[in-house]
Design a protein around this ligand. Structure first.
Ligand SMILES: Nc1ncnc2c1ncn2[C@@H]1O[C@H](COP(=O)(O)OP(=O)(O)OP(=O)(O)O)[C@@H](O)[C@H]1O
Ligand SMILES: [Mg+2]
Length: 271
């Protein structure tokens, strides 16, 4: 006798899934009667991310890594295909209110800690911003104080401005803002690339300990294979908008595809 299979539990669903993802951009027109050419950034990607997975996305410049992350993070809509989070559709073009559930589950850190922080806002206001926007209940000052401690920044940082901090500290501020609401998924687009090698190693450690403590699912873009080897358990290799290799991070020890071989050969070694 067979037992009827139970309905899938929310946690058994992929925390994130992209199906048939395409993204094209229309470039500026070349003349009054000539439409601009179309550039394909993501060209048919299917990808699922299991809860708690740490996915690294690597590939040469222009291969579509940032575009893919923007699609998965719901920051941009695909030209075709769908993104779901725990089975629910993520609609980048939906209203802020309709997407609040997804924003609560996600945080994003970008490459440039100079450009991503508003220079006119105090650090405390910057970090508290998602708490306000997402209408998280509780004592926001206390939540900000706790996250500052968590990322190893002085608590008096709340009253200071971003320019008063070093590049590594600014990236910690950006990370604090990305996790202050305790998301389930943390996206990073080259979050360590602007940092020197010593600071980079510390920020890698911070990502790892946050992922451990908060049980985060990580989706991390890096052109640096070493960062992915240190931080991720899974890797997807992109070339020309497609995934050419995907699997456990150990595949980087024995790459099968020419693109992966070239990336591994060019990898700088971290101290
Ligand atoms: N907003 C846009 N408008 C036009 N073309 C774009 C846009 N965003 C990306 N592209 C193009 O899509 C392709 C993929 O870009 P993307 O930024 O995703 O690559 P990447 O792998 O992140 O590159 P890098 O390693 O240099 O950051 C490139 O050819 C890029 O020029
Ligand atoms: Mg990029």
């Amino acid at each position: 006798m067979t037992t009827p299979s139970a309905a899938p539990q929310p946690d058994a669903l992929p925390v994130l899934a992209g199906t048939g993802l395409h993204r094209t951009y229309r470039l500026p027109r070349r003349g009054p009667f000539e439409p601009g050419p179309v550039r394909t950034a993501v060209d048919g990607i299917d990808l699922t991310v299991a809860p708690g997975a740490r996915l690294g996305i690597v590939g040469e410049s222009g291969s579509g890594k940032s575009t893919l992350v923007r699609l998965l993070a719901g920051l941009e809509a695909p030209s075709a295909g769908t993104v779901t989070a725990s089975g629910r559709p993520v609609v980048a073009s939906a209203s802020a209110a309709a997407m609040r559930w997804f924003r609560r589950e996600t945080g994003v850190v970008f490459q440039d800690p100079y450009a991503s922080l508003d220079p006119r806002m105090r650090v405390g206001t910057i970090i508290a911003e998602p708490l306000r926007a997402l209408r998280i209940p509780g004592d926001h000052r206390e939540l900000v104080r706790r996250v500052l401690e968590r990322v190893d920044l002085p608590v008096d940082a709340v009253d200071r401005y971003p320019h008063e901090f070093s590049g590594g500290q600014r990236q910690r501020i950006a990370i604090a803002r990305a996790v202050v609401h305790e998301p389930r998924i943390l996206f990073g687009d080259e979050p360590m690339s602007a940092l020197d090698v010593v600071v980079r190693a510390r920020v890698i450690d911070l990502f790892r300990s946050l992922a451990d403590d908060l049980g985060l699912t990580l989706v991390l873009v890096s052109h640096d294979i070493g960062v992915v080897q240190r931080l991720c358990d899974t890797v997807a290799v992109l070339s020309e908008g497609r995934i050419v290799e995907h699997g456990p991070v150990a595949l980087l020890d024995d790459p099968q595809h020419d693109v992966t071989r070239a990336l591994v050969a060019a990898a700088p070694t971290l101290p």
